[in-house]
Ligand binder design. Sequence first.
Ligand SMILES: Nc1ncnc2c1ncn2[C@@H]1O[C@H](COP(=O)(O)OP(=O)(O)OP(=O)(O)O)[C@@H](O)[C@H]1O
Ligand SMILES: [Mg+2]
Length: 249
Amino acid sequence: MNLLRTEALKKHFGETRAVDGVNFTVNEGEFLSLVGTNGAGKTTLVNLISAFLAPDSGRIFIGDRDITHASVEERIRAGIARSFQLVNLFDDLSVLDNVALAIFAREGKTKRILALAERDAAVTREASDLLGEFGLDGKSEGRAGGLAQGERKLLDVAVAYALRPRLLFLDEPTSGVSTRDKAQIMDTVSAVVRGGGITAVVIEHDMDVVFKYSDRVVVMHEGRFLADGPPGEIRQNSDVAKYLLGTDV
Ligand SMILES: Nc1ncnc2c1ncn2[C@@H]1O[C@H](COP(=O)(O)OP(=O)(O)OP(=O)(O)O)[C@@H](O)[C@H]1O
Ligand SMILES: [Mg+2]
């Protein structure tokens, strides 16, 4: 059963065909990588699915439900969460409070947040446990702005994960970090996601990372899907090599 499906999804910016008639399916339980050169349309596709942008045309379904016109909040309730290419954290709040805020938002409690925050032990416990899963429990009292880059990327994923989605989109969770931090982030993320039975779509440029962690790889080029298959098949695909790596096989 498809968890998510898009039908002929389209978003143009003037002459730029950012997403150009995309039929995208995500299956329950898979760890999928979305790859493609800069400007291929990956972030735009995630923005459309998470309601940060409205499509020009086409439809988006979660299971049988048409969510094309649903709000961000409705899509979160339908099980979709996402992280950001440029992390989206409250730097002056503590690491723990960044996660606690997402939990309050999930529970519709943000209007009373200041009154609730001090005494909601359940939220504090959940946020603390969740930070433990991401290896950030030792950092929970410090400011989010004081974290190292790799830790910030992980915290941004943890905030999205705190919404307890069925389907988690991660837009370049390893961008701007060292090769060693990359491996650590991906080991942590894949352990949490697989352990939690969550379906994940990860945008990633490093093909070694992509081939190591993914069940399936979708390649985008100029707003369209160029290839879609298991890592072994994508590795052998000469179009992918040509467009993505700039080499002829
Ligand atoms: N809000 C916008 N207004 C105008 N053009 C946009 C906008 N957002 C994206 N684009 C353009 O749409 C195309 C696709 O951009 P997008 O950010 O989706 O690519 P991407 O695959 O995520 O690239 P990267 O790997 O660099 O993050 C690019 O040509 C980009 O310049
Ligand atoms: Mg992008």
